[in-house]
Design a binder for this molecule. Structure first.
Ligand SMILES: Nc1ncnc2c1ncn2[C@@H]1O[C@H](COP(=O)(O)OP(=O)(O)O)[C@@H](O)[C@H]1O
Ligand SMILES: [Mg+2]
Length: 249
């Protein structure tokens, strides 16, 4: 079963073709790092994967279903770039994580005792329980991202999609977030797709790397990716043991 399947996906903003026949599949249980230059279309790809945008042509499937027919949105947690930028309201850490739980329960069901326990466990899992009463906007960027991961945990999402969670965060906090994502992937089998600027760093944690540049320039194991001479600089070369169905631009 695939978490995401993109087949010949085309996407454009007015006068700007962003994605040109993009193909790749993310298997359930994968930990995929998405890289590529600024403006390459990484955020656009994530938005297509979580149904916020629709392709002009080609197909996006989520958990085997065409995106237009997909209904199980609670199985997917999406953390956008700068998720808290607009969040000027004074929510506490625990309240933000509770929102994830409410999303999973659906409208009209109250938070019960067992839900509070899930929220507590989620906060402990990311090491933010002691901060539960803090106002989210006052935390450091790294701490805020850990809260966003706790929110996804509380929602019990099978698939976690994150857009540059480490932007503007120092290297120690960045490593802590990557380590947390790896733990989530290995111990809870959460499928993870994460966009990162930090090519070297993320490739040490993720199992697969996809390099976006209109199409998929590289898609394969992170081990192969890290060998010298292969992407990102050496565009022409096909990785010898590429996995998945990435086609090449
Ligand atoms: N809402 C939008 N309207 C018009 N153009 C956009 C919009 N969002 C992104 N773009 C353009 O689409 C291209 C891809 O953007 P994006 O997916 O954000 O790239 P990345 O995340 O890799 O930096 C860029 O040229 C960007 O300027
Ligand atoms: Mg982006």
């Amino acid at each position: 079963m695939y978490a995401f399947e993109l087949e010949d996906v085309m996407f454009a903003y007015p006068n700007n073709i962003v994605l040109d026949r993009l193909n790749f599949k993310v298997e359930l249980g994968d930990f995929v790092a998405m890289i590529g230059p600024n403006g390459a279309g990484k955020s656009t790809v994530l938005k297509l994967c979580v149904g916020l945008l629709r392709p002009i042509s080609g197909q996006v499937k989520i958990l085997g279903e065409p995106v237009a027919a997909f209904r199980n949105w609670q199985r997917i947690a999406y953390v956008s770039q700068n998720p808290l930028r607009e969040r000027s309201f004074p929510a506490t850490v625990a309240e933000v994580v509770a929102m994830g739980r409410v999303a999973a329960l659906g409208m009209g069901r109250d938070i019960r005792k067992e839900d509070r326990e899930i929220i507590r466990q989620s906060l402990e899992w990311v090491g933010m329980y002691e901060h539960r009463r803090d106002i989210i906007g006052r935390l450091s960027g790294g701490q805020q991202q850990r809260v966003m991961i706790a929110r996804a945990l509380a929602a019990q999402a099978a698939i976690l999609v994150l857009d540059e969670p480490t932007a503007g965060i120092d290297s120690a906090a960045t490593d802590a977030i990557y380590a947390l994502l790896r733990k989530l992937n290995s111990s809870l089998e959460t499928t993870i797709v994460v966009v990162s600027h930090d090519v070297e760093g993320i490739a040490q944690y993720a199992g697969k790397v996809i390099k976006i540049n209109k199409g998929a320039e590289y898609y394969g194991s992170s081990e192969t990716f890290r060998k010298p001479g292969i992407c990102p600089k050496n565009k022409g070369r096909e990785p010898s043991d590429a996995v998945g169905d990435g086609s090449h631009a």
